[in-house]
Design a protein around this ligand. Structure first.
Ligand SMILES: [Zn+2]
Length: 321
């Protein structure tokens, strides 16, 4: 049984004040890697809506400064994984990963990481990249939250309502453009200026040009499926990888070999399919450190977000958690 959160906090604060967190890093984290996972850095107020997935730009900048001041060795993913295996991982090793590839990655995350020359891996989903329209399900959920309407007050209610929307657009075979008209209509109904939301590029992926720029700037672009889904049918699953890899190769000129499960959904049958495709590593949303005994196709990460305190963050980095 785990100890309660308040108690954990007291223990961690005590450890930090004695310098023990520092010392713990050397022992607890020997040849173990921390992979950090990020989704979005707010363009507006997205962190107030989904604090688990979005953080304000200032908080992300603080995290990068913390990594720098703490003396983290931020490594490229593939190098870190090789060094875990052959036991040459430097102390305080960290890998930074981002999921999806939204516009806010190039606008906020890249400059914050570039300040310290931190390498990063971006797991890119590619279908929406071509359309340059907001991801429909995210936009609808966000608009429901913005409406302030009682029927959309909880996250569960919004989830249910958006599922109905998605089912309807699927059953009517609406195109991406028609879906966007539905989103616009919803925005106008609740009195929001949809054009200004579009102008800020909320829930829009980077363009192929922006992604190519990111790749040229040293961002390691890897796989996250083409349509952000993992079908339980082998052929459809492999098609998601193939379509995704084709786009990534076209943009970066390199063959992607690393994968991240969309929405963190894993299943035992995915592993042989990933191996068959030649995938070398796959990351999940499970919390934990990566040791040389970890299954390379089920690598844990730490999901950073608004609710994560600096003390939590430091305890992940130290291995105390
Ligand atoms: Zn994702």
């Amino acid at each position: 049984m785990g100890i309660g959160n308040p108690l954990k906090s007291v223990v961690l604060r005590g450890l930090r004040s004695t310098g023990a967190l520092w010392a713990a890093t050397r022992y607890l984290r020997r040849n173990q890697l921390v992979i950090l996972c990020y989704h979005g850095v707010s363009l507006r107020d997205e962190h107030l809506w989904e604090g688990g997935l979005y953080m304000p730009a200032e908080l992300f900048r603080q995290r990068m400064a913390f990594l720098h001041d703490w003396g983290a060795n931020v490594l490229p993913l593939s190098e870190a994984l090789v060094r875990v295996k052959n036991k040459t991982l430097p102390p305080k090793s960290v890998v930074i990963t981002f999921d999806d590839g939204f516009h806010d990655f190039s606008k906020h995350a890249m400059p914050a990481m570039a300040k310290y020359n931190f390498p990063s891996t971006l797991y890119l989903t590619t279908w929406y990249m071509k359309y340059q329209l907001p991801v429909f399900s995210l936009m609808v959920k966000y608009l429901m939250w913005k409406s302030g309407w009682a029927e959309y007050a909880t996250s569960a209610a919004r989830e249910q309502a958006v599922a109905r929307y998605v089912q309807q657009v699927d059953s009517e075979y609406l195109t991406a453009e028609q879906c966007d008209k539905v989103a616009r209509c919803l925005a106008e109904t609740i009195g929001l200026d949809y054009d200004s939301i579009l102008a800020d590029r909320l829930f829009q992926l980077m363009t192929p040009e922006e992604t190519a720029d990111a790749s040229r700037a040293g961002v390691d672009i890897q796989l996250h499926t083409h349509r952000h889904r993992t079908p339980h049918d082998r052929n459809l699953f492999l098609r998601e990888l193939r379509d995704n890899a084709l786009e990534v190769r076209e943009i970066t000129g390199r063959d992607p070999k690393h994968f991240c499960y969309p929405s963190g959904v894993t299943a035992p049958e995915f592993l042989p399919w990933l191996r068959e495709f030649g995938i070398e590593s796959a990351t999940t949303c499970e919390h934990g450190l990566v040791s040389r005994h970890a299954d390379p196709l089920l690598l844990p990460r730490y999901l950073d977000g608004c609710a994560v305190t600096e003390l939590d963050f430091e305890s992940w980095l130290s291995g105390v958690r």
